[in-house]
Design a protein around this ligand. Structure first.
Ligand code: TYD
Length: 236
């Protein structure tokens, strides 16, 4: 089941939230659950590990300077280009092979982060433009938004350490948390489910399983001939 309407057994699931919402942890936990079920699963993320994603990581960590007057627009364009590369190189092939693809972020991140940080006055115009440059990116089957309070997320980020990134400022994260509460309006027509990301990781994991288990079909292993499901290639 994919939103492109084809008949594959693939399912495209996106995890979203502010920095420290727990998307990375929960993607990994749900992937482990599916592997235990012997279901083909592929975990991925944006920015991707491809060439444009690598460039974006340099910008996120301040090692690449972008035009200050058009920073949000430049980032939106880079993320949109990375997304199409990610879809073509990684997401679509896995969906065609019947995998459940779990993506840590997708275009809802662009609609939240790049509109929130844009200096343009016309918020609706900015959102329309971001949607337009992402027009060719396939729609997820479902998006899970982990809504978390900025203070809880900030404490988690402090706990994991690491260098300061472009969107770390408390005031930016507070506006992003608001934007995610409004996620359904950012991606009209998409299936969006909100979960309480302030809850403990085990509680969030159980809530995610309750939503996704009903959507994930069990696929006979013979549908993928190239690699046995327990091999690294079969459970990437
Ligand atoms: P990353 O280090 O992967 O953050 P995390 O592991 O905390 O999710 O960096 C991703 C950052 O990029 C994060 O701050 C969100 C931002 N981002 C955007 O601004 N726009 C986008 O379209 C995407 C996919 C991510």
């Amino acid at each position: 089941m994919t939103s492109s309407g084809d008949t594959s057994d693939g399912l495209f699931v996106v995890f979203e939230g502010i920095d420290g919402a727990g998307t990375t942890t929960q993607c990994e936990r749900y992937a482990a659950r599916l592997r235990a079920r012997k279901r083909l699963v592929h975990v991925t993320r944006e920015p991707s590990t491809g060439p444009i994603g690598s460039l974006i990581r340099l910008a996120l960590t301040h090692r690449l300077a972008l035009p200050p007057t058009h920073q949000a627009q430049t980032m939106a364009l880079l993320f949109a280009a990375d997304r199409l590369d990610h879809v073509a190189a990684e997401i679509d092939p896995h969906l065609r092979d019947g995998y459940v693809v779990l993506s840590d972020r997708y275009d809802l991140s662009s609609l939240a982060y790049q509109s929130t940080t844009s200096s343009a006055d016309d918020d609706e115009g900015t959102l329309r433009w971001i949607r337009e440059i992402n027009r060719h990116a396939r729609r997820p089957d479902i998006t899970l938004v982990l809504d978390v309070s900025p203070d809880v997320a900030a404490a988690r980020r402090r706990g994991r350490g690491g260098a300061a990134e472009l969107y770390d400022a408390a005031e930016v994260q507070a506006r992003l948390a608001e934007a995610y509460l409004n996620a359904d309006a950012l991606v009209p027509g998409d299936r969006v489910v909100h979960l309480d990301g302030d809850a403990s990781p085990d509680t969030v994991e159980a809530a995610i399983a309750a939503v996704l288990d009903a959507l994930v079909t069990d696929v006979p292993q013979k549908t993928r001939a190239a690699a046995p499901p327990d091999s690294p290639a079969g459970n990437s």
